[in-house]
Structure formats: structure tokens, C-alpha cells
Design a protein around this ligand. Structure first.
Ligand code: SPQ
Length: 428
């Protein structure tokens, strides 16, 4: 799939969707299952390109991983059974694989080279490399180790206390995973809470981990115990249909079994604050994570300010939130979101470009954007920037445009949501 043209939607959207498994949790299930002793069964695994990179990385290190559809079985033999990969490891487009694997590879007693695609090769790795070097890791690469390809000479690490300078779950996770291999304790302190799936799963796999507010301490442990994982639906994928339901006249959409971990539900808080008609049912705890069914119906929306502590809870949803804001009455201001500039592309510039091409009143700022609504959107040709979240935002925008929208390349959608168009077309 390359170029895709979408006709405007001239009807209300209704139906039920089961979004695929959470990308962040799927990565972490493969990582911990591969480090553990025993068999880990993963259900509702996200069969997307990024998570396959994590599977291939561990298969290259000798771990037996089999996959049938969205069910994955890992026959873990523990950390000491991991072997030096014969070839450099290719991480494609996946920032999560790269940063979390850096933490692990730094503590394994062998040599690895890692690389990725054009987008990943531009993303900063020093945010992870710097704290790992403080733990004694030996990592080198372009730009003194900030840019891929990187080489890692694994060795004995030492524990440390680290306060995160960036709001990043990937950095927190890399340091905590390195802590599994370090002498003494490793403590990570966050200034703002980011997603905590790594901590939840480390607990489930029997790691020595203690949490107190925004501080997490892990003690070296080479004996993780296999634990089955059921992956909840990805709220970052559900976000596209939550916005579709909120902005398309007369719509009524239910998203079943969506992950509702509080560190990820900023999109729900925003929809409620904007006056969306939203309901959550069947909230329950599965494999240590909250899940539930979300129903969204079209309503008149109002602009709001989105800033501060909520930002890490909705960082990946900001592209589609900007579209939502273009269909809300009044001004929406998004601040404190400078992290958007170092995602698969500069998501501030990309969102502003795509939505202004479609006629929205949007202006980029240093750390976010300002959107004035409600603006009728027109058709046009838009660039996806090879970024899955920008491509899907463009596709959802086409539901409210007055003419066709052509996305230059929609292939990146398979990174996180391979069945996206099938689900979109299933809504009556
Ligand atoms: O894996 P990648 O490419 O970094 O994925 C993205 C995404 O949009 O899918 C970001 F571009 O999600 C990150 C997210 O932004 C996934 C993630 C995680 O699983 O830990 C954490 C967030 O990144 P960060 O840098 O804020 O920790």
C-alpha cells in the first residue's frame, strides 16, 4: 500500500471495534518473557512491524519464540542463555525496541551492533546512552553515540540513582532494565509520571522492584520467572476511532477491551473536558492492567488547554487530538509537548502541515500548537511523513472533509495498526 485516496464520509458511523493489542505492552512482554526462565504465553499480542523487531532481536540471541496470529509463546531459558547475535540487529522504525534493548544489551556479556530505518537514524539516543554510560556501559556510534548505528560492548554494570531530565517512559525503562544486570540498586526518579508498563510487568515477572511515588528502585536479578500476559487493546489506536465518533455527525461507536492504565488515559480526560459524549463500561483488571469498553457518540465540542502533567498521558494521541480540536468550538492550546519533535517525525510540524492543507486554523509553537475551531475541512493531498500516527490522523480527517483526501503513503500504518482500514470500513 502506498498512496491511498479516501472519499468523504456522508453518513454517521456506528459499530463495535476491537482494537489490536497495545504496542508498548507487547514489546515489554517479549522482552521480559525472553529474559525469564520458563514458558510465557502472550495473547492479543500486537502483530505490527515494530513489535516484530523486538521478537527478531531475541530470536537472533537464541531465544525460542513462536507466533501464531496474535498468540506468542516464549520458551525462556533465562538471561545467561542469551547468545551474541551473528548479525547486526535491525530495529526498523521502532524507538521503543531501540531504547529498551540498549538497556539490556549494555549488561549482556557480548558485542552487538544495532541500526534502524531513516527515521530511527535521526532520533536521539543520548537520552538513554548517557545514563547507561553512568552505569558503566560501553556504547559508541555516530555523533558520539547519539545516533544509530550504535555498537554495544556488554559488561558488568553498576547501579545508580538517576533523575530523568526528559519525560520519557523509554528512558525510564532502559535504565530499569539495565538495573536487572547492575551491581547494587538502581533508582529512577521521574518529575512527571510516564507510562508504567515496564514497572507493572517487572513486578509480574518477579523482579525485586519497589515503587514510591515517582521513584522506582530495582535490584539486580538474573532469575525472572515466566508469567503469562494478556495484552489489552491499545488506547493509542482506539484514539483514532474515539475522535471519529466524537466529530462525525450522528455517530455511535464502541471500542471493546481497551487498555485503561491511568498513565495512558489522557485522551479520555481531554474528550470529557471538551464535552464529548463518552461512557466506559466493564472496567476490570486483566494481567495487572485495567481494561474496559468505551462508547463515544457525536456531540458539540469546546476548545480547551492541554498542558503540564497530562502531556505524557496522551503524547502519542496529540496528532489526532489536534484534528479533534479543529472540530471544537473555540481555541485549543497544546503546551509542554516539545517531545513531539523527536518522534517518528517532528509531529508538531507534520500535524500543522497536514491540518492546514485540509483547511484547519492551526499554528505551531515551540512546544505544541494552537488550533481555532470549528473549521469546515476540505479535501487535498497530504504527506504522511512516513509516520503511522500522522497517516491515521489524515485518514480520520477525511471523514469530515468535503472532498477526497489522498495520503501520499499509508504503509507506515502497519507499524502499530495493521487492520486500521478494515476497522474503518467496518463502521456503518
Ligand atoms: O516506539 P516509538 O517509535 O518511539 O513509538 C511511539 C509511537 O508513537 O508509537 C513514539 F513515537 O510511542 C512511544 C511513546 O511516545 C512508545 C513509548 C513506550 O512504549 O515506552 C513511550 C513514548 O515515548 P517516550 O520517548 O515518551 O518514552
Amino acid at each position: 500500500m502506498a498512496e491511498v485516496t479516501l472519499a468523504p464520509c456522508n453518513h454517521a458511523l456506528s459499530g463495535e471495534i476491537e482494537v489490536p493489542g497495545d504496542k508498548s505492552i507487547s514489546h515489554r512482554a517479549i522482552i521480559l518473557g525472553s529474559l525469564a526462565n520458563g514458558v510465557t504465553n502472550i495473547t492479543n499480542f500486537l502483530d505490527g512491524e515494530d513489535c516484530m523487531r523486538t521478537i527478531h532481536a531475541f530470536q537472533s540471541m537464541g531465544v525460542s519464540i513462536t507466533k501464531e496470529g496474535s498468540t506468542v509463546t516464549i520458551d525462556g531459558k533465562g538471561i545467561s542463555a542469551l547468545k551474541e547475535p551473528k548479525e547486526p540487529l535491525y530495529f526498523g522504525n521502532s524507538g521503543t525496541t531501540t531504547r529498551l534493548m540498549l538497556g539490556i544489551l549494555s549488561g549482556l556479556n557480548f558485542f552487538t551492533t544495532i541500526y534502524g530505518d531513516e527515521s530511527l537514524a535521526k532520533r536521539p539516543m543520548d537520552r538513554v546512552v548517557n545514563p547507561l554510560r553512568e552505569m558503566d556501559a560501553t556504547i559508541d556510534g555516530r555523533n558520539t553515540g547519539n545516533l544509530l548505528p550504535l555498537s554495544i560492548r556488554g559488561k558488568q554494570l553498576k547501579g545508580m540513582e538517576y533523575t530523568l531530565p526528559v519525560k520519557s517512559a523509554q528512558v525510564k525503562s532502559a535504565v530499569l532494565l539495565a538495573g536487572l544486570f547492575a551491581d547494587g540498586n538502581t533508582t529512577v526518579v521521574e518529575k512527571t509520571q510516564t507510562r508504567d508498563h515496564t514497572e507493572n510487568m517487572l513486578e509480574a515477572f518477579g523482579a525485586d522492584i519497589t515503587r514510591s511515588g515517582l521513584s522506582t528502585t530495582i535490584t539486580s536479578n538474573h532469575k525472572l520467572i515466566a508469567s503469562d500476559v494478556h495484552v489489552p487493546g491499545d488506547i493509542s489506536s482506539a484514539a483514532f476511532f474515539l475522535v471519529a465518533g466524537a466529530i462525525v455527525q450522528g455517530s455511535d461507536i464502541t471500542l471493546n477491551n481497551v487498555g485503561l492504565n491511568e498513565t495512558r488515559t489522557g485522551i479520555i480526560d481531554v474528550l470529557i473536558k471538551m464535552d464529548a459524549d463518552l461512557e466506559i463500561q466493564n472496567k476490570r483488571l486483566v494481567s495487572g492492567e485495567w481494561i474496559g469498553d468505551i462508547t463515544i457518540r457525536h456531540s458539540e465540542l469546546k476548545g480547551i488547554t492541554i498542558d503540564g502533567e497530562i502531556i505524557p498521558r496522551l503524547i502519542d494521541e496529540i496528532p489526532v487530538i489536534a484534528l479533534l480540536a479543529s472540530q471544537a468550538n473555540g481555541e485549543t492550546v497544546i503546551k509542554d509537548a516539545e517531545e513531539l519533535k523527536v518522534k517518528e517525525t517532528d509531529r508538531i510540524a507534520a500535524v500543522v502541515d497536514v491540518l492546514s492543507t485540509l483547511g484547519a486554523n492551526i499554528q505551531g509553537t515551540e512546544d505544541g500548537m494552537i488550533i481555532k475551531g470549528k473549521t469546515p475541512l476540505k479535501g487535498g493531498k497530504i504527506a504522511s511523513y512516513h509516520d503511522h500516527r500522522i497517516a491515521m490522523m489524515g485518514a480520520i480527517a477525511s471523514l469530515v472533509t468535503n472532498d477526497t483526501v489522498t495520503i501520499d503513503d499509508a504503509s507506515s500504518i502497519s507499524i502499530s495498526y495493521p487492520s486500521f482500514f478494515e476497522h474503518l470500513n467496518s463502521l456503518k
